[in-house]
Design a binder for this molecule. Structure first.
Ligand code: B12
Ligand code: SF4
Length: 259
């Protein structure tokens, strides 16, 4: 659907462990969510065209932290006897041009999150989770036998977006400062990218050798009004507050998915 360049968990694992590849059935994808704090969301709500400082810091330092967290998780599991890899941190991680979806990376944190039961895609393309959209994701592929989390939304990849589910809302389209979201066309990735690029006032972190930008997205407050707080289906919980060079992210649930 995306293109042959998109890694399967099996392919990503084989790149990290070329001498001992494993079949997909022996692998699990562990996906976690890092929600923005209520303070950051409150600040961000007041902005019209640019990101608030808290948002910008968590966009930059928070993702630096996320990069380290991916590696830390993979290394800790590997050290415990469960060979693991963080696909986003592989040297081969890159962006390509998907015929159908335009700019696309070869590992999608959101596909992992969707399959793991964290949430669904939306009109703005962002993923709506139980904690809203103002989150970042990370994932590792591990050769470990963990139970698989059940998705409360089944296979409906738009279930938690009010526009797709009920034809209502559309708040993100009204709020987008770049007019890059419309109810007829969805998310204009190029328009979004063009707006975001010059709003990157800081150099990208060395730890994350990829393009990083600071932007004020429109719809990162909790917008999933139709999300039901159902049974907790998560296999592991890490409630921990982390301060990282001025940025605070709350490390939340780790969910296991079987692709
Ligand atoms: C490239 C990239 C960008 C680019 C392009 C954005 C874009 N929307 O393509 C730029 C620089 C513009 C960007 C901006 C931002 N990004 Co960005 N970005 C990425 C990155 C590195 C790769 C995305 C990608 O190409 N994935 C590959 C494609 C194939 O998958 P996808 O986009 O996840 O999924 C798409 C398709 O599969 C499609 N789809 C269509 N049909 C179907 C059917 C099914 C069944 C499924 C499952 C999916 C699906 O839906 C998706 C939307 O296009 C990811 C990290 C990662 N490795 O995943 C972060 C990521 C997507 N970004 C993220 C964030 C937070 C942002 C910003 C808010 C950053 C900021 N300024 O603070 C903005 C928001 C812009 C926006 N409205 O999308 C988060 C997403 C959080 C969320 N709630 O969704 C991610 C996951 C980073 C992270 N570590 O958490 N980003
Ligand atoms: S703001 Fe409304 S229409 Fe936009 S993604 Fe969220 S629920 Fe969907």
């Amino acid at each position: 659907m995306i293109g042959p360049f998109l890694w399967t968990p099996e392919e990503a694992y084989a790149l990290a462990f070329p001498d001992s590849p494993a079949p997909g059935s022996e692998l699990r994808v562990i996906s976690y969510v890092l929600p923005q704090t209520p303070e950051t969301r409150a600040d961000q709500r007041l902005e019209e065209t640019m990101p608030t400082e808290r948002w910008a810091r968590s966009r930059f330092h928070g993702e630096e932290f996320n990069c380290d967290l991916r590696l830390h998780l993979a290394e800790t599991l590997t050290g415990a006897g469960y060979p693991s890899v963080a696909p986003e941190r592989l040297p081969g991680f890159s962006y390509r041009q998907s015929e159908r979806f335009g700019l696309a990376s070869n590992w999608s944190e959101r596909h992992a999150a969707f399959v793991a039961g964290h949430g669904t895609f939306s009109l703005s393309d962002a993923m709506i989770t139980r904690w809203g959209k103002a989150v970042r994701f990370g994932s590792v592929v591990s050769r470990i036998d963990l139970p698989v989390t059940k998705r409360v939304y089944g296979n409906d990849h738009h279930a938690w977006c009010l526009w797709y589910a009920k034809g209502t809302c559309g708040a993100c389209a009204k709020r987008c400062p770049a007019d890059a979201i419309t109810t007829s066309e969805g998310h204009d990735k190029q328009g979004c990218f063009t707006y975001i690029k010059p709003t990157a006032p800081v150099p990208r972190p060395a730890a994350c050798a990829r393009s990083k930008s600071l932007v004020k997205p429109r719809c990162h407050r909790r917008c999933s009004k139709n999300v039901k707080t159902g049974a907790i289906i998560l296999v592991n919980q890490h409630f921990q507050n982390i301060r990282w060079t001025g940025a605070r992210l709350v490390v939340c649930f780790v969910v296991v998915a079987l692709f």
